[in-house]
Design a protein around this ligand. Structure first.
Ligand code: SAM
Length: 451
């Protein structure tokens, strides 16, 4: 499939920089040259010893030593860095169709900002590391043409059904009428899953799996099946009675059979029965809670399962805007976290070339390869918003490495945005006590593909 480029009247870069300047003049953000920012960035929650951070940001990358950022070339030292709260994190502003969990996903407000200020309706928007598809879903909600890629083949299964959802009534009817081939575990690998699931729940899960496999084999697997499989993937494991499993890690992070045995012993718990049809139906209603805009899902999205540096299905100069967030060194183990979901969806991710290494030079090399591919597919004047995390408790600021890689690939840096949200924690998560103050920050390198 090819995406037809649209020629913008005002350049996306001009619009975005004008918006940042408008906010600066209104006192909504600060501006500093990049050379001055290292000392100027206030500590984040990750830097506060009394306030341990979420694992995604705070855990030092194994084997990586916090490195001095590379020396800035004279041109880059004057690159504008905008610091401020560019969007709020309020959950209620987020469309319900986003609400599936995935490791290290960003909030929909992040792509929404760039969609609003650096793209126009009808334009193709791409994410080469799409994960659960936050950029694509937000792009579709705002009338853009979504395209995405992720090395994780599960990603397409999570994204496609939410970009082109079947009618709610068809899902409900299928959930009521489908005859699942219920069966007990057939081998040791399936039997081990009883550490997570009650025998009757596991019989249903095996039934769903066999049902989907048979539908695929008969080429009758349809959009309703795809929806049910996506929701079931998201209900497999979690903390509450809304999931199929006994109490375990959060749903985006399946633990091993061995570790679950220990959790069960420590908590003195055994899996109780969960009705999979009922839980899939309930989560479906939640995802459909907010109405979808007219025309949503009309155009088939271009979705790929490739390494981000090799996406031949995308035409040269076909993309108006990229909003993305790559893997941050080895902070997240995408293969381990996704083993249960990929088992359920019948995907072997053992051979997937995930980029999850602790080596900073290797990471920079891979980012350069991804940028070279983006340089090919983005249209002249198009914008790339590249979000990176802080690794090693903020000691490795990956935006400097990203700049190095992007410039080597021929892209032109426009600005760095550091979005900071002050918050008061209301929940005790990751061992953080209630009502402590902290800061969430997103660090975004904004680049242009010149003509
Ligand atoms: C930080 S996550 C992106 C999350 C996404 N922004 C979202 O909101 O869901 C990084 C993604 O990069 C993917 N990934 C890892 N190695 C990759 C590669 N070589 N090519 C493409 N994607 C890769 C991972 O599977 C993961 O989904």
């Amino acid at each position: 499939m090819s995406l037809s480029p649209t020629v913008a009247t005002r350049s996306a870069c001009e619009s975005l920089l004008a918006e940042l300047e408008r906010r600066r003049l209104a006192g909504e953000c600060d501006l500093k040259p990049l050379g001055d920012t290292l000392a100027a960035v206030p500590p984040t929650a990750a830097d506060d010893p009394g306030n341990p951070p979420p694992r995604r940001r705070g855990r030092p990358a194994k084997g990586s030593t916090p490195a001095e950022p590379p020396p800035l070339s004279p041109g880059l030292a004057s690159l504008p860095v905008y610091l401020g709260e560019f969007w709020t994190a309020r959950q209620r502003q987020v469309h319900s169709i986003h609400e599936v969990s995935y490791r290290a996903c960003f909030k929909p407000q992040l792509p929404a900002f760039f969609l609003d200020h650096a793209s126009a309706p009808g334009e193709p928007v791409y994410d080469p590391f799409m994960g659960r598809g936050t950029t694509l879903v937000e792009a579709a909600l705002r009338g853009r043409l979504p395209a995405g890629n992720d090395a994780n083949p599960l990603s397409v299964q999570l994204v496609q059904p939410r970009l082109q959802p079947p009618p709610l009534t068809a899902i409900q009817q299928r959930l009521t009428e489908v005859k699942l081939p219920l069966r007990p575990p057939a081998d040791d690998a399936e039997r081990e899953l009883l550490v997570f699931f009650h025998p009757d729940t596991l019989a249903e899960l095996l039934g769903w799996r066999d049902y989907f496999a048979a539908r695929r084999a008969a080429a009758t697997f349809d959009a309703v099946d795809g929806w049910i499989e996506m929701v079931a993937c998201n209900r497999l494991t979690g903390h509450s009675r809304g999931f199929f499993s006994v109490y375990t890690l959060p749903p985006n992070q399946a633990t091993s059979v061995k570790a679950q045995r220990r959790i069960n012993e420590r908590r003195d718990q055994q899996p109780d029965y969960r009705d999979t049809r009922q839980l899939i139906g309930r989560k479906t209603l939640k995802l459909f809670r907010d109405p979808l805009p007219a025309g949503y899902g009309r155009d088939a999205p271009l979705l790929l399962s490739r390494s981000a540096d090799h996406t031949p299905e995308l035409d040269d100069s076909s993309i108006a805007l990229v909003v993305t967030s790559p893997p941050f060194l080895n902070v997240v183990q995408y293969d381990k976290d996704n083993w249960m979901r990929s088992w359920f969806a019948g995907r072997d991710i053992g051979e997937v070339p995930f980029w999850q290494s602790s080596s900073l030079p290797l990471w920079v090399d891979r980012m350069r390869a991804a940028f070279t591919e983006l340089h090919r597919v983005v249209q002249p004047g198009g914008v790339i918003a590249f979000e990176v995390g802080e690794v090693g408790r903020g000691k490795i600021e990956l935006e400097h490495q990203v700049l190095q890689a992007a410039v080597a690939a021929g892209l032109v840096p426009l600005a760095i945005m550091i979005n900071q949200q002050n918050f008061t924690k209301t929940a005790n998560c990751w061992g953080v006590a209630n009502n402590q103050r902290g800061t969430n920050s997103n660090r975004i390198v904004v680049l242009e593909r010149k003509g």
